[in-house]
Structure formats: structure tokens, C-alpha cells
Design a binder for this molecule. Structure first.
Ligand code: NAD
Ligand code: UFG
Length: 363
């Protein structure tokens, strides 16, 4: 099976995708600056992989920044020397806080767009032309309609983070158009990934106070945060709270595996795919499901609407489910249960089962 290069491999989505790829026979080289993650995550990924049916695959880790073109080039060259060249890239590395992107746009353009350009240059120089990029439903901007979003719905980012994602998609399209039948590119536009691997060993662990609803709920339920404020109950939806398309993190991880398999077996192409379940859930439904399935209770209040929010953000996922060998398998209860299991395990100390690190060194 091919070797793949994962940027941002120890982050929330990258780590679960590493696991999905290892379990499907890929060798993985991951890079991460660990600006928003830590080195234990990939140790845990390999720990979970070791207890699976076919635990033979290798997980290489390099601590570094994707803006370091020299380092990226060395990684590609080293893989060639190992006679296992990198055949594809999954590009997760970047910053993702909408609020921070408004306060510090230069940082966001530098890391997200600058980092992507370094990566694409290096891919081109090393003749690696297959990439799956982490895009976002945020590029569709404010959706006032109750209909689901299609890939050809209008693109109207409303903050620097969203602008970064649109720009990276555009750069990738320019690269694709620059050479005939060479590049294979998939932009996966994620909706709202939540939950954790069912082992409870890997999950989402944001720094500081979480911006997103699900880690916020987990921290309120664990007593770390006092109460949840639901942003508005006067939206034009059935219960007045906003509707989102929550997708289990392992379904999202598997979508990457399927997109990769698809690109590697097909001719050159450029595709945009919505990755969601196609099912809308209100904030109140999410909160009530979490409380119900986990048997815990916590305080929530209704506050003002949050600026920039849309009442309805639901994926039309027909293209992804028709094109890829993929469809989401897990439901909202699974997301709430697995996410809470991970949160509950956070206080326990992680002990490696092996004497030394699980991770291979590339250099
Ligand atoms: P995350 O912060 O958990 O993971 C991103 C990883 O990239 C982190 O481990 C971080 O340390 C690393 N990183 C950041 N800058 C880097 C750099 N310059 N060089 C190397 N590594 C760097 O975020 P995530 O939720 O796993 O998101 C992954 C990708 O998916 C991001 O590009 C994000 O914008 C996109 N996305 C996320 C969501 C979501 O809801 N989580 C939704 C849509 C799109
Ligand atoms: N919400 C609350 N209280 C909170 C946090 C959130 O009520 O404390 C509500 C929001 O108003 C929204 C819903 O919960 O209605 C979901 O909010 P999130 O912040 O979790 O997610 P968003 O859909 O607003 O945005 C997220 C990411 C974006 C990404 C987008 C993809 O933050 O970066 O999903 O659809 F682009």
C-alpha cells in the first residue's frame, strides 16, 4: 500500500484519519508543529492500531512546521530513499478559530495560505500530485434558507478563516489547470465533526475555552465550565435554536480514506465534496441527546444570537456518497456517547503499553 503524508497529523481530525489509514494498510508519515496538539495523541493512535486486526503498519512522526520548505523537501526525499515515496498528501495543518482569524488575520494568511503554498511547491518539486485538502462548510457563509447546501451553492466567506479556505481551494484549482491530466485533487468541505474514537483514547482537546458547541458541552458536563449558553432561541427553526449537520469524527476520517482510495485509482481530477450526514440537528436536540445518552445533567441558558451564525447549515452529501465508497454510519447518540467517554478519560494518565515510543523516526 502507498505511503501518505499527513500534515497536522496530531490534531483532532488528522489523528483520527491517521488511524483510519493505518487500519486500511497505508504507511503514514505525519508532520505537526504541535501548536494545537501534543505528542501523546499519535502514541495513542498507534496504541489503538496495535490492538486491531492487522497491526503491521508504520507511523512516522516529524515535529515541524509546514512553512519550512527545506524540511518538507527532506521528508519527501527521505521517503524516496526508503523506496516508499509519498504518493499522496492529506492536508489538515492550519489554524481554525474564526474569532482569532478576525483579530489576527496576518497570522491566519501566513500559516493557512502560506503554509499551503510551501506544501504545494514541495509536492510539485517531488512529483507528488495527489492531495486531499481540509476545506470547510464555512465557505458557504450565512445560509438563510432551510435547504441543504450543495457543492455549487454560492460561496460567500464572512471571515478571514473562511477566505483562507476559499483561497486555498482556488490555488489548488489553478495548479490543477496548469497541467493536463496530472493532478488529482479533492477538497473535502467538512460540516460539524464531533465525538471521538469509540476507544475513548483519542478525541478533541481544544486549548482554553472551547469555541465550538460540542467540546463546550463536554466541559460543562465534566464541571470544568459552569454553564452552557445557547446562542439564540428565536431562530426560524422548530425549537428556535440553530441547526447544524454534526458528523461523527470516525465517519469523517473514513471519508478521507475513501477520497484517497478514489483519487489513487482514478484519472486526474479536481473535486469538491460536502462531507456531512445530510441530517440537521438543533442545538437543543444535541444538548438533550447528550444528557439523555450519558445520564449526566448540567445547566444551560438561552442567550443572544451569535453574530455570523446561520440558522441552518446542512450538507447535501449526494455527490460524496455517490462518488466515494462511503456513507456515514454513526448517529447522534454515538457521537455524544463516544465524545463523553473521551472527556471522562482525560483525567486518567496515559501509560504506553510498550517500553519505547510507538512512533518511527524518519531522520
Ligand atoms: P486541529 O487544530 O486539532 O488540528 C490542526 C493541526 O495542525 C494541529 O495539530 C496543529 O498543531 C497543526 N498545525 C497548525 N499549524 C501548523 C503548521 N504551520 N505546521 C504544522 N502543523 C501545524 O484542527 P482540526 O479540527 O483537526 O482541523 C483540521 C483541519 O480541518 C484544519 O485545516 C481545519 O481548518 C479544517 N476544518 C476543521 C473543522 C472542525 O470543525 N474541526 C471544520 C472544517 C474544517
Ligand atoms: N453554540 C452555542 N453555544 C456555544 C457554542 C455554539 O449555542 O457556546 C451554537 C452556535 O450558535 C451554532 C451551533 O452551536 O448554532 C454550532 O456552533 P459551532 O461553533 O460549534 O459550529 P459552527 O457551525 O458555528 O462552525 C463550525 C466551525 C467552523 C466550520 C463550521 C463548518 O467553527 O470553523 O463549523 O460548518 F467552518
Amino acid at each position: 500500500m502507498p505511503t501518505v503524508f499527513i500534515t497536522g497529523g496530531s490534531g483532532f481530525i488528522g489523528s483520527h484519519t491517521c488511524l483510519s489509514l493505518l487500519e486500511n494498510g497505508y504507511d503514514v508519515i505525519a508532520i505537526d508543529s504541535q501548536i494545537n496538539s501534543n505528542k501523546f495523541t499519535l502514541e495513542k493512535v498507534f496504541e489503538v492500531h496495535k490492538s486491531s486486526k492487522n497491526p503491521t503498519k508504520k507511523l512516522f512522526f516529524v515535529e515541524g512546521d509546514i512553512r519550512d520548505e527545506k524540511l518538507l523537501d527532506e521528508i519527501f526525499k527521505k521517503a524516496i530513499l526508503r523506496k516508499k515515496p509519498i504518493e499522496a498528501v492529506l492536508h489538515f495543518a492550519g489554524l481554525k478559530s474564526v474569532g482569532e482569524s478576525i483579530k489576527n488575520p496576518i497570522k491566519y494568511w501566513d500559516i493557512n495560505v502560506g503554509g499551503s503554498i510551501s506544501l504545494f511547491k514541495c509536492m510539485q518539486n517531488n512529483n507528488c500530485n495527489t492531495i486531499v485538502f481540509s476545506s470547510s462548510a464555512t465557505i458557504y457563509g450565512v445560509n438563510q434558507k432551510s435547504t441543504s447546501l450543495k457543492e455549487n451553492s454560492s460561496i460567500h466567506p464572512i471571515n478571514p478563516y473562511g477566505e483562507n479556505k476559499v483561497t486555498i481551494e482556488k490555488i489548488l484549482k489553478n495548479i490543477f489547470d496548469s497541467s493536463i491530466k496530472k493532478w488529482k485533487i479533492a477538497n473535502l468541505r467538512y460540516f460539524n465533526p464531533i465525538g471521538a474514537h469509540s476507544s475513548g483514547l483519542i478525541g478533541e482537546e481544544p486549548e482554553g475555552i472551547p469555541n465550538n458547541i460540542f467540546p463546550f458541552i463536554c466541559q460543562v458536563a465534566s464541571g470544568k465550565i459552569d454553564k452552557l449558553e445557547i446562542f439564540g432561541n428565536d431562530w426560524p427553526t422548530e425549537d428556535g435554536t440553530c441547526i447544524r449537520d454534526y458528523i461523527h469524527i470516525m465517519d469523517l476520517a473514513d471519508a478521507h480514506k475513501s477520497a484517497l482510495n478514489y483519487l489513487l485509482t482514478k484519472d486526474s481530477q479536481f473535486i469538491n465534496l460536502n462531507i456531512g450526514t445530510g441530517i440537521g440537528t438543533s442545538v437543543l436536540e444535541l444538548v438533550e441527546t447528550f444528557i439523555d445518552i450519558n445520564g449526566c445533567d448540567f445547566n444551560y441558558i438561552f442567550g443572544e444570537r451569535r453574530s455570523g451564525d446561520s440558522p441552518n447549515v446542512i450538507a447535501n452529501n449526494d455527490l460524496a456518497t455517490n462518488l466515494l465508497d462511503w456513507k456515514p454510519k454513526k448517529n447522534l447518540k454515538d457521537m455524544c456517547r463516544d465524545g463523553w467517554l473521551y472527556q471522562s478519560n482525560l483525567n486518567k494518565e496515559f501509560v504506553l503499553n510498550s517500553a519505547s515510543s510507538n512512533l518511527q523516526k524518519l531522520f
